[in-house]
Design a binder for this molecule. Sequence first.
Ligand code: NAD
Length: 122
Amino acid sequence: MRVLVTGTAGFIGFHIARRLLEEGYTVIGLDGITDYYDVSLKRRRHALLHRFENFSSHEFMLEDAQALHDVFARRTPDMVMHLAGQAGVSHSLDAPGTTSIPISSERTRCWRRCVGTRPGIS
Ligand SMILES: NC(=O)c1ccc[n+]([C@@H]2O[C@H](COP(=O)([O-])OP(=O)(O)OC[C@H]3O[C@@H](n4cnc5c(N)ncnc54)[C@H](O)[C@@H]3O)[C@@H](O)[C@H]2O)c1
């Protein structure tokens, strides 16, 4: 089973991806490697995940609807675990525009294509 995990260079996404890999899943990682905190830590996390042969990663922001569409089209994930996002409650007060992403119809369609059509996946 191929699982698309967003935020694989982040704290939660990294640990989820590693656990899935240990259990034999194929993991397609996606992260925009934002500079909210130490970028080298994020790159080290991805380097650790790349030790698993069933891990591959894509580096772009979710706002890039075309890139997202291409990943779905080429990699055809069976499941999505969506952990990419701007963390931090206090940060949302300092920089409110960074904590939400405008929903484009294209991106919504991309998500639905994988998530919305399969029973048991949400
Ligand atoms: N860690 C916690 O205790 C906790 C608790 C409650 C909720 N959350 C939420 O869970 C999510 C993940 O938390 P975390 O602790 O792993 O955060 P994190 O910052 O360590 O990881 C998030 C990852 O998402 C990536 N990212 C952010 N915006 C992106 C975008 N638009 N496109 C592509 N990649 C993007 C970042 O580069 C980062 O690597 C966040 O939404 C956070 O608010 C976390």
